[in-house]
Design a protein around this ligand. Structure first.
Ligand SMILES: [Zn+2]
Length: 70
């Protein structure tokens, strides 16, 4: 059996329309590749959606600006 190309697997994992999706119903190996890539893509999406905490040095500078000096 001819397996899907990396490009086809990537497109399916990202939910792009593809005429290759029927192959996944017959082939566990390619279906596994698509679902593991899909999980990775989901993790990346979440990581990009959550802003990282600013480093401590940045917080210290912000606090120095905001907290009134006496
Ligand atoms: Zn396959």
């Amino acid at each position: 059996m001819l397996h899907l190309s990396d490009d086809a697997i990537t497109a399916l994992a990202l939910g792009a329309p593809s005429d290759r999706s029927a192959h996944l119903e017959r082939c566990g190996a390619c279906a596994d590749d698509v679902s593991s890539l899909r999980r990775t893509a989901e993790r990346v999406r979440r990581a990009l959606a959550e802003p990282a905490d600013p480093p401590a040095a940045v917080w210290e500078r912000i606090l120095r600006e905001v907290v009134p000096h006496e």
